[in-house]
Design a protein around this ligand. Structure first.
Ligand SMILES: Nc1ncnc2c1ncn2[C@@H]1O[C@H](COP(=O)(O)OP(=O)(O)O)[C@@H](O)[C@H]1O
Ligand SMILES: [Mg+2]
Length: 508
């Protein structure tokens, strides 16, 4: 029998071998994914600093390299990164500051490093990161990723004076890619990012030197999300085990009250009674079976309050509308924000919108814009929950048909978006989310129906008026002759009164 050899690989090595699961499938997807990951980090960083984002992205041909190699530079005015964390933020996968229970674009501590890692394995060049947190210094690093050890390798570190207290981050590295194949998706990505972040300025310069500028329509930003505690419906045995290990409390009552979301003294008391645990029990002394039982009882207890939505940051109806008006210039828009809801203990909010006409093309199909935590989702549309809802929606009931220029927009925000892959492209069919998406689409579709009915009515009346004004003069002439009169009646008065009745009807 041949002897087996075993080895251990690091997380960076795993993502190096399986980069397609993080979205780096081929040269075209890779360039899209790299831009997207860095832009998302920049948007998160600006929002964390509570300033409207200014993001500058430049993709240029690498002069001295093989064709198909680009230099990507992304600059933002965000929070910046503290010097000691810069190397790991971009040189270590699964390292990040967003493993918190609040809404953010980043979730896995993966994207930025994946982009740098992809650049390194295709060009063998280091990445340069310049950052400052508005302190008196700007830090400049040149790093590479030690993939086998999942550690950054610092090639150069320089400190510069920061006289004007600049804050932000500049990331620059080379990567192989296929910009021209990826171009339509990249431009779509910027357009939709601008739509769902209408308070951001985004500039993109492509390898041909073409400039795409998306200017903010407002400086108003959605209120930032607050970090929250885990909801008892959303935890598992591992989570409770970790809490038990670190808790400073020595009785179950305080343990429940201080480590879980929305548990008051009263609810804690009642739950502990329900779970048949003594309120005086020291949580640190819970044995494995007791922890399993505790988690089990949490799932069964029906009187916990639903999670609050303070950890979420939906766009809000006004901003959503402003974004749509700017991007699509439609004749009609309706927006809707659903009330907060939950799945498996995770809060979420669905926002929907529908727009008609303007720059929305007639594609013979409804155009669906999907967003999650203010990120546009562009690939694998057919696998997404919103796509399924739109496909099976009873459009006829709402007077809408596929040959109309209609765009449907669905934005889902949550502390945990149920993405099906780490590439963050499509959202799983959770029944609770599906229901909210459907209700949200129904709400805006009803308003679209009213608009379409009114439009149809106006068109009908216009046709009627046209007929009147075409035949009335002739009728007037013939009847005057028939009656043997000389002077024709004044039809202008008659037409005017028809128009008046007409206007009144359409204004109602
Ligand atoms: N432009 C940026 N400004 C400030 N911090 C950043 C920026 N880009 C990355 N970071 C930091 O680096 C960490 C790792 O980034 P990334 O690998 O993209 O993971 P994620 O965004 O999922 O947390 C982030 O959590 C953040 O703390
Ligand atoms: Mg990220």
């Amino acid at each position: 029998m041949a002897s087996q050899t075993f080895e251990e690989i690091s997380p960076a090595d795993f993502f190096y071998r399986n980069r397609e699961i993080a979205g780096f499938t081929n040269p075209s997807r890779a360039i899209f994914a790299a831009i997207r990951e860095l832009v998302e980090n920049s948007l998160d960083a600006a929002e964390a600093f509570a300033v409207p984002p200014n993001i500058y992205v430049r993709l240029s041909d690498e002069q001295d390299s093989t064709p198909g190699t680009y230099l990507l530079r992304v600059q933002d005015n965000g929070s910046g990164i503290t010097s000691r964390h810069i190397p790991s933020a971009f040189g270590q996968v699964l390292f990040g500051s967003k493993y918190k229970l609040k809404q953010s674009r980043g979730t896995f501590g993966l994207g930025g490093t994946m982009a740098v890692l992809y650049g390194q394995i295709t060009t063998h060049k280091p990445a340069q990161i310049i950052s400052s947190t508005a302190s008196s210094k700007v830090y400049k690093y040149r790093i590479m990723v030690d993939i086998q050890r999942n550690k950054p390798v610092i090639l150069e570190r320089r400190i510069l004076l920061n006289r004007d207290r600049w804050h932000g981050t500049i990331v620059e590295f080379s990567l192989e890619g296929d910009y021209y194949r990826a171009m339509p998706k990249i431009l779509d990505y910027f357009k939709q990012t601008a739509l769902v972040n209408p308070y951001a300025n985004i500039t993109f310069v492509d390898p041909k030197g073409r400039l795409y500028k998306f200017t903010r329509v407002t400086t108003k930003m959605p209120s930032p999300p607050k970090e929250t505690l885990p909801h008892p419906y959303g935890v598992d045995v591992e989570k409770v085990k970790r809490l038990v290990r670190v808790t400073p409390h020595n009785n179950m009552l305080d343990f429940m009250k201080s480590h879980f979301h929305r548990i008051s003294e009263n609810i804690a008391k009642r739950f502990i009674e329900f779970a048949d645990i003594s309120p005086k029990k020291n949580p640190r002394k819970l044995n494995p079976q007791e922890i399993v039982k505790l988690v089990h009882m949490m799932k069964r207890y029906e009187d916990f309050r639903p999670p609050s939505a303070s950890c979420l940051s939906p766009l809000g109806e006004d901003l959503l509308k402003a974004g749509i008006l700017k991007a699509l210039k439609p004749e009609f828009t309706a927006v809707c924000q659903r009330k907060p809801s939950t799945y498996a203990g995770h809060p979420f909010i669905v926002e929907t919108a529908m727009a008609y006409g303007g720059e929305i093309p007639k594609r013979g199909d409804f155009i669906l814009y999907r967003f999650a935590n203010r990120i546009p989702l562009l690939y694998d549309e057919a696998s997404d929950v919103s796509f399924r809802v739109v496909k099976s929606f009873n459009w006829r009931r709402y007077k809408a048909s596929q040959d109309m220029p209609i765009a449907v927009l669905v934005h889902i925000c949550s502390t945990k978006i149920p993405y099906k892959t780490v590439g963050k492209e499509f959202i799983a069919d959770r029944p609770e989310i599906k229901r909210e998406v459907l209700n949200g689409i129904r709400d805006v579709a009803r308003r679209l129906k009213r608009f379409l009915s009114k439009r149809e009515h106006v068109a009908k009346e216009k046709r009627r008026l046209n007929i009147f004004s075409k035949y009335l003069p002739k009728i007037a002439k013939f009847t005057t002759e028939l009656a043997g009169r000389e002077e024709e009646p004044d039809i202008e008065k008659l037409l005017l009164s028809v128009r008046k009745v007409d206007r009144k009807k359409t204004d109602d």
